[in-house]
Design a protein around this ligand. Sequence first.
Ligand code: DLL
Length: 437
Amino acid sequence: MGAQTDVLHLSRDEIEKIQLEGIKKTVVDCYENVPFYKKSFDDAGFNPYAVETLDDLKAAPFVTKQDLRDNYPYGMLARPLSEVKEIHMSSGTTGIATVGAYTEHDLQFWGDCFARGIRYAGGTADDVFHVCYGYGLFTGGLGAHYGGLSAGCTVIPMSSGSTERQLRVMRDMGSTIIACTPSYAMHLADVAIEKGMNPAQDFKLRAGILGAEPFSDNFRAELERKLGIKALDVYGLTELMGPGVAIECLEQKGLHIAEDHFYCEIIDPATGETLPDGEWGELVITTLDREASPVVRYRTRDITRILPGTCACGVTHRRIDRLHGRTDDMLVLRGVNVFPSQVEDVMETFPEVSSWYQIELTTKNSLDNVTLKVEINPDFDFDNIGAIEKLQAAIQKRLKEQLLIKINVRIVEPKSIARSEGKAKRVIDLRKGIYND
Ligand code: DLL
């Protein structure tokens, strides 16, 4: 704990010194060991041996998900396979998967990074850490698992699914900290309540380290109330490491970046210009000591901002704000740009409906046709057709006022939208004939 604590309380100068050293090493490592970087640095006229300041990194070209895909499966590796101990992959449902490879060192610091979240939640060796992110190629399960081991907890490797069994094990084993997607945590809570349990009292849970998808403040408040936990947000992505790139502390005012392993910039997605702290834009990340899969200026497509100022918890690593969406989440509907989170914001102003929703896109007379399906809250009378129709019309009207497009609203019965054991599917785009994720 000592070394970990120290690293979390370094001065800005000390952090920046680590970052500069890490950047210098990473750009040279990439240039010398990954043909893709050699070519892209040369094409951009970027000299990796001439980096003297953090600002010098701005001359390096960006890397995109497409670049990683183009080099599938092993083209981005900076170490021989003999040094690679584990491989993870993105699901690749909308294209070729991206690969993340780990040396022994990479696995070790991954665990350390996730363990920070457990410690932020007050977790110790006395905690029973219940992991119900999916295990396998997805980074959620094993990333949390390594975090639990690194924090010294008793780890329960449940993986996702088998909801009733999860609940039984959670109760019998006295799980205290849970790790899963927020939508699965909500599903667990709802099923427990349905089975006549009161999870806030019957379970020993007191914290959740939840991420892999956005969740609103209202959703979080409901989850905290139902499960009796503090829900901390965790961010990460396969291309960088998996969960633990940034994690919230108990202040719940943004996610502390693991700044001794990752250097973050915010850019204007349209121009690529770096934006000052406080401004929203696209998160760009450079790894500082990743051995097998180092990345220089990776465009995450995630939209956030760097929060100015220091955190009351005392951790000196800067924070990113909670993520509201991705640049590629943006739906262009009849020429209007809409983020699913904007639809969610409007729905949250109607207490009669729940947080389970799905946006379905189809084409009608060559135009986009948008239908929002949202579940009614169980305590609202679904058979009162008049009231349901009135509510549908009211939601539709407010959506039109705020988003300037017509969205057909269909209120559906509780539990009629499919629950996911991992990331919730919020948008179904039948215009392209594929499911988005
Ligand atoms: O979702 C890694 C992860 C596992 C993070 C468990 C947190 C917990 P990917 O499947 O590669 O990796 O998806 C990465 O998910 O670029 C974001 O768009 C989104 N995402 C991840 N964490 C959050 C979060 C894992 N806390 C993509 N809030 C990222 C909002 C998130 N979106």
